[in-house]
Design a protein around this ligand. Structure first.
Ligand code: 5GP
Length: 185
């Protein structure tokens, strides 16, 4: 991987399992949007790998359009700052929007995104997330499709970063510890 290998802990979800699950999600989504079409709105940056794999497994007969927005609340740490920034939400007026998220933790990011997309006049709104952290009963966002429910651990790989690193790893791993300065690239 790189000089920060020590920060990468056990593999939580191997790539093969991720791909099997995504095929299942894509089949369900294709069934639900048959004859309707959808705008897949991927949340950057973490969702870019998942979004790219998901749309390529959807039924080619479905009219799929893609767009992106940026949202973030974590900075470079591993706990939520509570403040959600959303940059450049695209026009969604009258569209059937599917938000594509990498991971939902407190649900604040998604709640804020869902509110904004609805306010901007989407005709329908659903959300797919690859990972859903368990044990958050006070969430106010809605999840329509979930890849995996995982324990409350900080994970990296398959698009998910720690301080902008590890997005390229094909499997999902637990982060062992925050890298010490001498381990940084
Ligand atoms: P929430 O607002 O639900 O607390 O946080 C959602 C966002 O925090 C995700 O889109 C993701 O960017 C980041 N996040 C939450 N948990 C993790 C995690 O375990 N690993 C990584 N890399 N990012 C996370």
């Amino acid at each position: 991987m790189n000089a920060n290998d020590a920060a990468i802990g056990r593999m939580l979800i191997p790539a093969a399992e991720i791909h099997t699950r995504i095929s299942g999600l894509a089949r369900r989504i294709s069934d639900d949007y048959a004859g309707v079409g959808l705008l897949a709105l991927t949340v950057l940056r973490g969702g870019f790998v998942f979004g790219a794999d998901l749309i390529r497994r959807m039924d080619p007969a479905i009219a799929v359009q893609v767009d992106f927005l940026r949202a973030g609340s974590y900075g470079d740490g591993t706990t939520s700052s509570g403040r959600v920034d959303v940059e450049h939400p695209p026009p969604v007026d009258g569209r059937d929007v599917l938000i594509v998220e990498d991971i939902v933790d407190t649900g604040r990011t998604l709640e804020s995104l869902q509110e904004r997309i609805r306010d901007r006049g989407a005709r329908s709104l659903r959300t797919v997330t690859l990972l859903d952290k368990e044990g958050r009963p006070d969430r106010r966002c809605t999840l329509d499709y979930v890849g995996f429910r995982i324990p409350d651990l900080f994970v990296v790989g398959y698009g998910l970063d720690y301080a902008q690193m590890y997005r390229h790893l094909p499997d999902i791993h637990v982060l062992n510890h925050e890298p010490r300065p001498e381990e940084s690239p």
